[in-house]
Write a new protein. Sequence first.
Length: 139
Amino acid sequence: MDTSSPQNFAHSHYLKPPVTLPQALVVDEAPEFGDLLLKFFKLAEYNVDMAQSGGAVIERIELNDGDLLVTNLKSRDIGGLSAIHQARQLHSDLPEIVITGDSTESSAIKTADLKVADYLIKPFNISTALTMAAKALGK
């Protein structure tokens, strides 16, 4: 087939539009756990921006809104709940998933009061986290 003309080229090749991957902003101060989240979110076709503190993720949100915030309830400096409050001031429709190793009732109530998209208690199944992320993004 002659592909020298634009008409013939378009018919002979399937041209895919560029795909924009969702941007997940992930906060976890435990490097080994953060690295694990990073790997699995990338495998699930997310762009991932890691931060090891709530303050660091707020700086990233100021630079790039992101599509999803996955934050540890307890983090250095400002903490997960404060990070959520500040993130909402910058990006009011950013869905949040809270991760915690603290399974107390008060932690669950605090996050429920904030109306976050979802809440995960460590240890958790990574497929559950990815399903929650997709749900939070409306997929």
